[in-house]
Design a protein around this ligand. Structure first.
Ligand SMILES: [Mn+2]
Length: 430
């Protein structure tokens, strides 16, 4: 039995007020698209079939190295986080899965947690391991790294933690393990580049060996931070080499913020797909580095270009193209529910726009070296306002035409502020 957190009547009443305007906008856009030979309902159906996972930790306020500023009513337990994730999904109908993180989301009974999520209309997505922080009572420190540490007992501890995450994930219905390690160096000469990678590969192979047949191991690369001179899995090159060495169940995960500024991420997407190694995405945006800003808030055009490659990839699948999509952001100054509603909208808009690209015209222009018309094939899709398509898909699925307005009118956060214990204000990147 599913019990969603917000009143269905509240959503229905708000939608009733918006419906006439939406009908008008949807019809007008439908006529415009029809002139280009596109049936708007086929795009709406694609939008309705698209979903993106939200991270459990994203439901809480994030922070920087300097501070975290909690808000009243912020969730502090996995149970409260699931409740907030259910609000996001109820309004957006686009985020039906939660990506958990261990040990942050540890509970004693995972079968019960799975049922609790299901009762809120949620399932679980990729499981994330954590070998970049020390936990109370932990035998070995990760100060020397984890899967690549020179200390054998530390590597072993990291391997065992990842295997435990797989076991938990099996109980939760997950099928992916995402592995990001903070391993790296801050000084030239601190570690040997080749031997560090050897140790990582050897330890990662032990985790890989524990994967069930239908699981994937998603390797997340990151150029810097917390290590600032070198990182063991620093870029997509290191990632794909490691994934190729580990085996077919190892894939690469692209976090949009984990690259040098101005890197052509859409080309990386195409490269990884070409070799059957594109396994997943962490959506966010950035201005300077791994800022973890809201998806599409800084560079929505880049997000569109990434989706353009993903739609191309969908048309030319290799090795079971089925990337795990997740939002990975740090909500430092907004209500996390509002940020994730807004981000899901930005992500799906780019997916819808990429779906509108006239691929025959694009490919013909590319083959004919007609640079301007190739560019215009992308530009004309990018400039279309697809928001009526998203709103219609949401409303038909029981979500809100205007999710932010309904969320505000629900007074969810202030009601939760009466019930939930206050969150701590410790610093910390999430
Ligand atoms: Mn990430």
């Amino acid at each position: 039995m599913t019990t969603l957190p917000l009143s269905a009547d509240l959503i229905a009443q708000a939608n009733a007020r918006e419906m006439a305007a939406l009908d008008e906008d949807y019809s007008a856009l439908g006529r415009k698209l029809e002139r280009s030979g596109i049936a708007i309902d086929t795009i709406k159906d694609r939008v309705a079939g698209f979903s993106v996972a939200v991270p459990s930790w994203g439901a809480g306020r994030g922070g920087t190295r300097f501070a975290k500023f909690p808000i009243p009513g912020e969730p502090t337990t996995i149970h409260e986080k699931l409740e907030d994730c259910a609000v996001i999904n109820q309004l957006s109908r686009a985020t039906p899965r939660v990506s958990p993180h261990f040990p942050w989301d540890k509970v004693s009974d995972y079968a019960a947690l799975r049922e609790e999520a299901a009762s809120l209309g949620l399932g679980f997505d990729a499981v994330n391991s954590n070998t970049f922080q020390d936990q109370p009572g932990q035998a070995q420190t990760y100060a020397t790294g984890s899967l690549s540490s020179t200390v054998e007992a530390t590597r072993q501890q990291a391997v065992e933690h990842n295997i435990e995450c797989i076991e938990i994930g099996q109980k939760l219905g997950s099928r992916d393990l995402t592995v990001w390690v903070g391993d790296g160096t801050n000084f030239p000469g601190q570690q040997d580049f080749a031997r560090s990678l050897d140790r990582y590969l050897d330890a990662a192979a032990q985790v890989y060996a524990a994967l069930p047949d239908d699981w994937r191991m998603l390797l997340e690369h990151k150029m810097f931070e917390p290590a600032f001179y070198s990182t063991v899995i620093s870029d997509w090159g290191s990632s794909i080499l490691a994934a190729q060495e580990l085996g077919p169940k190892a894939k690469c995960l692209v976090d949009l913020g984990h690259h040098a500024p101005n890197v052509n991420i859409e080309q990386i997407v195409a490269r990884l797909h070409r070799f059957g190694k594109l396994g997943g995405f962490h959506f966010n945006d950035s201005k300077y580095g791994d800022d973890d800003l809201d998806s599409g808030s800084i560079n929505p055009h880049q997000l569109f270009l990434v989706f353009n490659e993903l739609v191309e990839a969908e048309r030319n699948p290799r090795d079971g193209f089925n990337p795990a999509y997740m939002i990975d952001q740090s909500h430092n100054v907004t209500d996390p529910i509002e940020s994730m509603l807004s981000s899901a909208e930005a992500i799906i808009q780019c997916y819808a726009k990429a779906s509108l690209v006239d691929r025959d015209a694009l490919h013909a222009a590319q083959l004919g070296n007609d640079t301007m018309m190739a560019f215009q094939a992308l530009r004309s899709a990018y400039t279309i306002d697809v928001s009526p398509i998203l709103a219609r898909a949401r409303a038909e699925a029981g979500g809100a035409i205007d999710p932010l307005a309904v969320y505000r009118s629900s007074q969810w956060r202030s009601r939760k502020a009466q019930e939930r214990r206050p969150a701590g204000s410790s610093a910390g990147i999430v």
